[in-house]
Design a binder for this molecule. Structure first.
Ligand code: OAD
Length: 254
């Protein structure tokens, strides 16, 4: 239920943070990680695909998996949640989007300067010298679930190019994490949209915001770790709830 007090609080806020997880892209057809049946981690073992050791052991398996995901994201379109979040930025003096997602659907939905805490699929870089590599769109029919592909070689130093994402056991990018903590501690409203709030350090952001005095709003169709800790818990899909807040707070349509 979206109450009038929530709408008034959002309307009054000068600084708003929208913190998102895989659930915000679910309605675009991009699978989440932990949903039973459909989640990626229900089907694949993260220790074989999302750690530095896994890439060292079997680079073709890991590179092929991320290329398969990159191809799927390229086919996906931003949904009503991405577009509503971008539209909200036109009504709030400062709105910061912080995402754990490695897709670019917020950007394609119209958001600018998105803080990517877990990196980006389209920004692979050399394992050795750090040079960022631009990739051509994956060739149709080449990528596939479980299909191995050799990672490219760095044009500068001959090192091995790796996916531009943060793996288990790795630190978050420093600049992005600093920006995220700062935005969380300075905002008046903090939305937590489509995340299980299980992966730290990002999952500490709603608490940082709440402790600094922000109203916290969770949007999720299922129970999470944050239940009972947020100011308002809205049970529903992001693609319905975010456009409804946009409409009722500012009388704006998508
Ligand atoms: P999870 O898969 O853990 O959680 C996705 C959340 O989205 C769940 O709470 C779902 O209930 C919710 N959800 C599903 N459909 C939704 C919808 N239509 N609208 C709103 N919510 C919906 O994904 P994250 O919380 O993003 O890290 O996971 C955090 C990190 O764990 C990821 O960034 C990834 C993963 O391992 C790395 O790869 C480093």
């Amino acid at each position: 239920m979206i109450c009038e007090e929530l709408l008034a609080t959002v309307r009054r806020a000068n600084r708003v943070v929208v913190f998102t997880g895989a659930g915000v892209s679910a309605e675009s057809g991009v699978p989440t990680f932990r949903d039973a049946q459909t989640g990626l981690w229900a089907k694949f073992d993260p220790t074989e695909l999302a750690t530095p050791d896994a890439f060292h052991r079997d680079p073709a398996l890991v590179w092929g998996w991320y290329e398969w995901r990159r191809a799927a994201v390229l086919r996906a379109q931003p949904n009503r949640a991405h577009r509503a979040i971008a539209a909200m930025a036109r009504h709030v003096p400062t709105l910061t989007v912080i995402t754990q997602n490695i897709d670019d659907l917020h950007e394609r939905g119209g958001s600018r300067e998105v803080v990517h805490l877990h990196g980006r699929l389209e920004r692979p870089y050399c394992n050795q010298c750090g040079e960022v590599r631009t990739l051509a769109p994956p060739v149709a029919g080449v990528t596939g679930e479980g299909r191995r592909m050799n990672p490219p070689t760095c044009t500068r130093c001959d090192g091995r190019v790796r996916p531009g994402v943060v793996w288990f056991g790795e630190s978050l990018p420093e600049r992005e994490w600093f920006a995220a903590k700062k935005a969380a501690s300075e905002c008046q409203v903090f939305f937590c949209v489509g995340t299980s709030s299980l992966v730290y350090p990002p999952a500490s952001l709603p608490r940082i915001a709440g402790e600094a005095g922000a109203a916290t709003i969770q949007v999720n169709p299922s129970p999470t770790e944050m239940d009972g800790e947020v100011t308002w818990d809205i049970l529903g899909a992001a693609g319905s709830v975010m456009p409804e807040i946009l409409k009722r707070a500012w009388d704006a349509n998508l």
